[in-house]
Design a protein around this ligand. Structure first.
Ligand code: SF4
Length: 179
C-alpha cells in the first residue's frame, strides 16, 4: 500500500524538496526520442545504460504501464561550465540512487529510479560498446527509455528549455516509478 506521506518525508530527508506526484500513464514515450539517441548523440552505443543497450521502445512502454504512480524530481541551477554541470548531475543522480535504495528497503519493492542525466557514476567509465563495470549503480535516463521529457514535464507544469549557453538556468529531472 502506497503511503505518500511516508515517501514525501523520505524524499525530503534526502534533501530533495522540489517534486511532484503524478499518474505514471502521463509519461510520454515517443519513437523520435530513440532516433535522437541513435543519430546525433555521442554516447550512443558506448554506455551500458544507453541505447542500443536498453530494452526496445515497446518494452519501455510496457514497463511504464506496469506502474500506477510516479514522482517527478526537479533539479535546477546555474553553472559556469560543463565540468561544474556534470559534477552537479553526478551528485543529483547519486542522491536519486540512495533514495531508490531506501524506498526498496521500506518495502516498495517495485520502485524504480530513473536518473536525471547520462550515467556518470564512475570517473573511469570504459564507454566501450556497452561495457559497464558498475552495474549496481547503472541506471538509464528517461530519454534512454524513449521518454519525451520535454512533453512530460511541461504537462506537469515544470520548466524545460533547450539551453543555448551557461547564462541560462539548467533544469534536470529524475523520476521514480512506484506503486
Ligand atoms: S555505472 Fe559506471 S561504468 Fe557503468 S555506465 Fe555508468 S559510469 Fe559507465
Amino acid at each position: 500500500m502506497l503511503n505518500k506521506e511516508e515517501i514525501n518525508r523520505l524524499i525530503k530527508k534526502h534533501g530533495l524538496d522540489d517534486f511532484k506526484w503524478f499518474n505514471a500513464s502521463e509519461i510520454v514515450v515517443s519513437r523520435w526520442v530513440r532516433f535522437k539517441c541513435q543519430f546525433g548523440c555521442g554516447s550512443y552505443g558506448k554506455k551500458g545504460c544507453c541505447p542500443p543497450h536498453v530494452p526496445s521502445l515497446e518494452s519501455c512502454r510496457e514497463f511504464f504501464s506496469e506502474y500506477t504512480d510516479a514522482v517527478l524530481i526537479h533539479f535546477s541551477g546555474y553553472f559556469k561550465n560543463r565540468k561544474e554541470h556534470d559534477k552537479w548531475c553526478r551528485q543529483n543522480d547519486r542522491q536519486l540512487l540512495k533514495l531508490g535504495n531506501d524506498l526498496f528497503h521500506m518495502g516498495y519493492y517495485k520502485s524504480f529510479v530513473i536518473v536525471s542525466s547520462t550515467c556518470r557514476m564512475c570517473r573511469d567509465c570504459p564507454e566501450d560498446d556497452g561495457v559497464c563495470k558498475n552495474r549496481l549503480a547503472s541506471r538509464p535516463t528517461a530519454e534512454a527509455l524513449g521518454v519525451d521529457v520535454f512533453a512530460t514535464v511541461r504537462k506537469l507544469g515544470y520548466p524545460i528549455e533547450v539551453l543555448k549557453d551557461y547564462e541560462q538556468k539548467a533544469n534536470r529531472y529524475g523520476f521514480i516509478l512506484i506503486e
